[in-house]
Design a protein around this ligand. Sequence first.
Ligand code: 6PG
Length: 258
Amino acid sequence: MANGDEQPVGTACEGGRAMTRQRVHLLDSAEAAISGAAEEVVALLREGCRRREKASVALPGGETPHPLYRLLAERYRDAAPWDQIFFFLTDERFVPPDHPQSNYRMVREALLDPLGVPEANRFPYRTTRIELNRAARRSEETLLQVVGRPPRFDLILLGVGEDGHIASLFPRFVPPGERWVTAVRNAPKPPPKRLTLTYRTLNAARELLFLVLGERKAGIVEEIFRQPPRRTDLPVHRLKAERHVWFLDRAAGRALLS
Ligand code: 6PG
């Protein structure tokens, strides 16, 4: 496939959409991939606000998106109507919101606070003074109220772990099919207790944007794009949203260079 071309992948989807359209951008450096992802994020959120007045996005934690959030806050401050956007997290570690491992803490410090996003537009998971399952149910209720049922996010940004997990959906973990948000009790990546959007929610999004960088992701990227697939347990292979867009640097995407 030529770099950046849109290709149909997969077959018929849940929800009546015919096909997933996939674009893969393989860039020379991590900086170029992050910049490309930033342009895509801003374009989608602007478009969502233009069409529907409000837009919604779910953001991951992890190391990879941190420089993207900083770039958005520094260079794209005037490029999107940030106060018209509802911010959710793809997943959260079940730790207090000021804990070093909290995804909300990272996203708040790198993006939401610098952009001055109103508190009313932030929807972090509740992780204190609440039981894990109850927290999942509460987040699900909020998600359906704010984004709709099905929740059609304008954009869900995803990283990919070295073991292939996305959000807190790990290989071999199959969340209850009817849920939009679920609790995870024994994640292989610490901390073990987590909250996550489910495949059902990811698949209802208008676009899934994957940002995958660095040598340590080269192996999993090769598995994800291998044809025919060698593994049957990869979370990415369960995804079938309307559009999937990948931003990779050469180190992560070297298997695609041919
Ligand atoms: C989390 C993330 C998770 C992340 C991947 C990749 O809370 O752990 O939301 O899904 O995206 O683990 O993480 P890195 O970017 O740190 O490799």
